[in-house]
Design a protein around this ligand. Structure first.
Ligand SMILES: [Zn+2]
Length: 412
């Protein structure tokens, strides 16, 4: 895709994370697969080291093109992907670049927040960060530790926020690999580069890192730790920093407030209210089951009493309009156990059209086969054993007629 093998990009963000505007010259262009260009110098950060790319605008006197993604190539180019076709741009064209400052500031808050937090976990519990992920909503670090308690999370959060409050300087330093070895870095990359870029949070953390960072820890604002979960390598800790932390806390508060208003309760009582409601639901469910049981028993007795015996057998056929299949099965069970000579064909048309066929133990029919036959006529699915079978339908049409037709077949 790129023809010139020597077009390395000068990364302006390496020296100044707060450089949002810059002038540059186009070195290479490509329209395939997406419009893209490589500049001689750039302030746009390409996705790398856990940090996601900058977006922004590249413009000439006549043109303004949105930069939608920025990537790092293995051979040292920073590729800017553009929304619109390149038009008359050519190598040598001078452009003005402008990155989305709000997005960049957010990324700096998250990334510097991560350095402060990772160092806090090391200092407090000797728990080392093995990976960092920055998403659009939240960030996470993976800690190399077999256990992580709620108390440890809260202590690390508290210490990290203290370091933010102390407003320590954050410096960018370039050192040789040998120098780095003597500095006691929290993290040294494996890449074989002679010069290392070090992010130095005064007397707190030294890490080799290519990311964009704040100038003072106070600019991180604050850090809020959220979900923790066990992962393959240890524990994942989700966090948000700066304005993201405020936005997240705002969203949490809104959710909690709306939940509280559903209960007409104070937000701090939501938990208790939810627990109370769940207990109520559980107890009502139990009561309902018992009522259903009693109702089925009473109804079965009444149905049997009003069904005449014919050829030594009672055939009970009934279609309900408002029972569920659980009740039909319960009723069938009661009916066939109340007497030894019962055959019953039950159906309900709503809420979910369903059929249940059953017979007392020892009766000679095959209810499973009858159900299968009926279902294939009605276009539903079902089956079962000799004594008990059930089926379900998408529509209630023809249910009554089908039941009558099965009843007829049993009479002959
Ligand atoms: Zn970093």
């Amino acid at each position: 895709m790129w023809l010139n093998e020597l077009s390395m990009t000068d990364r302006l963000y390496y020296r100044d994370s707060f450089l949002y505007d810059f002038d540059a010259e186009i070195l290479e262009l490509s329209g395939n697969p997406r419009p893209a260009l490589v500049l001689d110098r750039t302030a746009f950060y390409p996705t790398s080291g856990g940090q996601i790319f900058d977006t922004g605008v590249v413009s000439t006197e006549y043109k303004r093109l949105n930069v939608t993604e920025v990537v790092d190539t293995e051979d040292g180019r920073v590729v800017h992907y553009l929304e619109a076709p390149l038009g008359d741009l050519t190598p040598g064209t001078r452009i003005h670049g402008q990155i989305d400052a709000t997005r960049r500031r957010d990324h700096m808050q998250q990334h510097s927040g991560q350095h402060v937090l990772s160092a806090a976990f090391v200092r407090l519990f000797n728990q080392h960060t093995v990976s960092f992920h920055m998403g659009d909503d939240y960030c996470s670090i993976d800690l190399d530790t077999p256990t992580l308690t709620k108390d440890q999370v809260e202590q690390a959060e508290s210490l990290a926020n203290e370091v933010i409050l102390e407003n320590r300087p954050v410096d960018i330093r370039f050192v040789t690999r040998d120098e780095a070895a003597s500095l006691g870095l929290r993290k040294i990359p494996v890449a074989e580069r002679d010069e290392l870029r070090i992010i130095d949070i005064r007397e707190w953390d030294l890490s080799a890192c290519g990311g964009t960072h704040v100038k003072q820890t106070g600019q991180i604002g604050c850090i809020l730790l959220r979900k923790t979960e066990r992962v393959r390598q240890g524990w994942r800790v989700e966090f948000v920093a700066g304005q993201r932390a405020v936005a997240t806390a705002r969203r949490d508060f809104t959710t909690l407030t709306e939940s509280a208003s559903l209960f007409s309760a104070h937000i701090y009582d939501v938990q208790q209210q939810v627990r109370k409601s769940l207990d109520e639901v559980r107890s009502l469910r139990k009561q309902r089951e018992q009522s259903q049981e009693e109702l089925a028993a009473a109804q079965a007795a009444a149905m049997l009493a009003e069904t005449p015996e014919s050829s030594g057998r009672k055939l009970v056929v009934r279609t309900f309009a408002d029972r569920d299949i659980t009740f039909l099965k319960l009723l069938a069970q009661k009916l066939t156990r109340l007497a030894p000579n019962v055959v019953t064909l039950l159906a309900t048309t709503s809420p979910q059209p369903s059929l249940v066929f059953a017979q007392s133990a020892g009766q000679p029919n095959d209810m499973g086969a009858l159900m299968k036959g009926t279902m294939s006529k009605l276009g539903g699915r079902g089956g079962g054993s000799n004594d008990m079978a059930q089926g379900g339908l998408t529509g209630a049409e023809g249910v009554k007629a089908a039941l009558n037709s099965v009843a007829q077949s049993l009479h002959t």
